[in-house]
Structures are given as C-alpha cells and as structure tokens.
Design a protein around this ligand. Structure first.
Ligand SMILES: [Zn+2]
Length: 168
C-alpha cells in the first residue's frame, strides 16, 4: 500500500490511485465526468484548471501496447468525445495531451487545455510542468475552484447526449 496525500488534504492508502478512482473506491472531487466499460474520466482536483481531464483505463496496465483491440477503439472514441465537448462547452481551441508509461499509478492520459495565461510559461511541452505547478500552487482558491467545478459540469452536460447515443 502507498500513502497518497490528496489535494483536499486527506491521506488515502491505496495500491494504485488509478485503480481506486476507476473502481469507484475513491470518489474524485467533482465526481465522474464520463465512464465506459473500459475507461473513466475525471478532473484532477490537484491541478485546478478549467476543463482539464484525466482519462484512465479501468484495467491496471501501464502501456499503450497492452490495450486490447476493444479498449483501443473505446479509448479513441471517448478521448475524441471529451475533446469535442471541451471545444463546444468551453470554447477550448487547443489541448495538450500527456501520458507517461512509467507512472506510479496506471494508464492515464492528461488532457490539458491551453489558455492565454499559459504563454507566460513558454510554448509546447516545456511549459506543461510549470503550468501545472502554477495551477496547483497559485490557483487553488475558492473562486477558481468554483470555475473548475462549473466547467466540469458543463463538460458533463455536453457529453451526456453523446454517451447516451453510444449506448443505443
Ligand atoms: Zn491500477
């Protein structure tokens, strides 16, 4: 078991944070954004950026080449749906995607929207970590957290119709 300190200050002991979140053992702040048989999407509250989404597999795997054919289809479909919702509901023009296989958790893709203020931290991949740290250290306030939850709600509403269509 590993001890993980959550953004709300609580400490949890889990084998794998992604397993705990995707299985429902641990409820993410703001709740589940979207869920399919193979994947689970939520906001990472530790990095309060409007429209930031973590897309995690339900299976405890680390690498892209461990995905089954079905999971690959499900992944690209859900990723694209979320991307589309970010554009329609929040007007997000660009998204940065980040995914590392040597994670301490398991397979999860970061979808980080690109906003004007992020230009102060540079462009492209070099700006990603400074942007996330800035959000964690300076944007974790009540006013911004409200905006983050509102964005998550807007995304969820935008996604629901398409999720319903997929079930048909
Ligand atoms: Zn896991």
């Amino acid at each position: 078991m590993r001890k993980i300190v959550l953004s709300n200050g609580k400490t949890v002991e889990v084998e794998c944070l992604s397993c705990a979140l995707t299985s429902g053992e641990l409820e993410p702040d703001g709740g589940v954004l979207a869920e399919t048989p193979f994947f689970h999407a939520h906001q990472d509250a530790a990095y309060p950026i409007e429209g930031l989404v973590i897309l995690a597999s339900k299976r405890h795997i680390k690498s892209f080449d461990e995905l089954t054919e079905e999971e690959r289809m499900d992944y690209i479909s859900l990723l694209s749906s979320i991307r589309s919702a970010q554009r329609r509901a929040l007007g997000i023009e660009y998204v940065y995607y980040f995914y590392n296989e040597d994670t301490t958790h398991h397979f999860h893709t970061w979808m980080v929207p690109r906003y004007e203020w992020m230009n102060d931290f540079g462009r492209s991949v070099e700006s990603l970590r400074p942007v996330l740290l800035h959000a964690r250290n300076h944007l974790n306030n009540e006013e911004n957290n409200k905006k983050v939850i509102a964005a998550l709600t807007a995304l969820r509403q935008e996604l629901s119709p398409s999720m319903e269509e997929e079930k048909r």
